[in-house]
Write a protein that binds this ligand. Structure first.
Ligand code: HEM
Length: 472
């Protein structure tokens, strides 16, 4: 029953029978424990999640060797875990293994972002529609305090909904509600002990009640999305796509069953994947950004000075303006660094027997890419442990992007939505900072910067006070 490390496998703490090293990891937030183990065993070490061996990769050098230099060896995804079983062999793109289906859906996703405006003013227009809704909400709260949670979630959700469905939804819409509830439910289960038990002791799988509930919620979510797709299908004119769903159906017609990767049954999980990947990540980064901007008012003011100067006489910012805003850009980069938005990336899997930093790693090993360890790695940053935009500025005040800046990961599985996320963060932050001053409420006490751990790091709920800067 005691798990054994294969020959020349990375070292790690001795495992217990059945449980492996689970008791050595804090179930609410394992990041500190992973850091502690790194100090003992080095940048590449192994752990047993139950009886399953996993290799944890820390620090920029080791991550680069795995994800970039030996990219194809480390680009798989495990296929026998709770989240895979949820998608019942109809994976979209995030959890799909390194295969033809993944490649085609990734290519298609990138094409969709371009088709619907990335790199053109069309995407800026889409984002601006959402910003206007945020501005309306903020204007109603001038002089009062408000909770920004839903506001940023709404923006990020609606930008991706415009691409997928060609429409925006109010926060209380049935589709959006069920998607949010499903992710919350799955997030709770995925971060908790039930999921670990599910992944490590398959014989218990069928009898675990919380797991069965999560499966039911996920099915209900798929049913709602399926209905929405069916509605869109009724109004579709082949060859005249209005949104991603139309384009997918056109692609299906083009390949006429020759390429089984594209099939209607894959469309629903694909949509859910994209919405999931695009929403909490972007909104949690924005929330963290505004938490820091409120509590570091001198940094907020310096951004505002630069924004006022560059946008003087202009109605609105365009993404191209970022070139003339090195300080604001540095702040946005610093927000992404400090947020560690997706701290352990998405689990990878080795596609063949390989080597890393001199250790042997067999095919089919679970790989945990500790992106958080790079974001405050000593030697990579001027100020690894503080919020300081100088991490991204040289002595002349120009923007520099250290190689270790990999909040979107690196290599072939790198975030598909990086371009969209960067555009959203820039346009939303710049537009809101130009128009409003964000203030940490006097009665809010000391800010708590420690986020809740999850697939995406979520800041603890906070309130913000808003004052108007421009009346236009
Ligand atoms: C601040 C915002 C975001 C951050 C920090 C972020 C970060 C990440 C990270 C770390 C991964 C895992 C990469 C890996 O496995 O090596 C990922 C994957 C992914 N992201 Fe993002 N992401 C963000 C926003 C978005 C947006 C807006 C989209 C919209 C389309 C998106 C779509 C995806 C997809 C589809 C994948 C899976 C890629 C694959 O498996 O090939 N992300 N993201």
């Amino acid at each position: 029953f005691k798990p054994q490390r294969p020959k020349n496998f990375p070292p790690g703490p001795p495992p217990l029978p059945i449980l492996g090293n689970l008791l050595q990891l804090n179930k609410d937030n394992p990041l500190k424990d992973l850091d502690r183990l790194k100090r003992t065993y080095g940048d590449v070490y192994s752990l047993f999640i139950g009886p399953r061996p996993a290799v944890v990769i820390n620090g920029f050098k080791a991550i680069k060797e795995a994800m970039v230099i030996k990219a194809a060896d480390f680009a798989g995804r495990p296929q026998d875990m709770f989240l895979n079983d949820l998608s019942k062999e109809q994976a979209g793109v995030i959890l799909e293994d390194y295969n033809h289906h993944w490649k085609e859906h990734r290519r298609f996703g990138l094409k969709m972002l371009k088709t619907f405006g990335l790199g053109k003013s069309q995407m800026e227009d889409t984002i601006y529609v959402e910003i206007q809704h945020t501005i309306d909400a903020l204007e109603k709260s001038i002089g009062k305090t408000l909770s920004p949670d839903h506001m940023f979630h709404n923006v990020a959700s609606n930008v991706i909904c415009q691409i997928i469905f060609g429409t925006r939804y109010e926060y209380d819409n049935k589709l959006i509600r069920i998607i949010i509830e499903t992710f919350a439910e799955l997030g709770r289960v995925a971060n908790g002990p039930w999921c670990v038990l599910y992944d490590s002791v398959p014989m218990f799988r069928k009898i675990m009640l919380p797991i069965r509930k999560a499966f039911k919620t996920s099915e209900a979510c798929k049913d709602v999305v399926t209905c929405v797709v069916a509605e869109h299908k009724k109004r579709r004119v082949p060859g005249e796509p209005r949104h991603l769903i139309d384009c997918y159906l056109d692609e299906l017609q083009k390949t006429k069953g020759e390429d089984p990767s594209f099939s209607e049954k894959h469309l629903v999980p694909y949509i859910i994947d994209l919405h999931f990947a695009a929403t909490d990540t972007t909104s949690n980064t924005l929330l963290t950004g505004f938490l820091y901007l409120m509590t570091y008012p001198h940094i907020q003011e310096q951004c505002q000075q630069e924004i006022d100067q560059v946008l003087e006489g202009k109605d609105r910012a365009s993404f191209g303006d970022r070139i003339n805003m090195p300080y604001t850009q540095a702040v946005i980069h610093e927000v992404l660094r400090i947020t560690k938005t997706v701290p352990l990336s998405v689990y990878h899997y080795t596609t063949k027997d390989t080597e890393l930093m001199g250790y042997s790693i067999p095919k089919g090993t679970l790989i945990i890419e500790n992106l958080a360890s790079v974001m405050n790695e000593e030697g990579q940053w001027k100020f690894p442990h503080e919020f300081n935009p100088k991490n991204f500025l040289n002595d002349q005040g120009a923007l520099v992007q250290p190689e270790a800046f990999i909040p979107f990961s690196a290599g072939p599985r790198k975030c598909l939505g990086e371009g969209l996320a960067r555009m959203e963060l820039f346009l939303i932050m710049v537009t809101l900072l130009r128009k409003f001053k964000f203030i940490w409420p006097e009665d809010a006490g000391e800010p708590d910067y420690i986020p809740q751990f999850g697939i995406s790091m979520t800041p603890k709920p906070f309130r913000m006070k808003v004052e108007l800067r421009l009346t236009k």
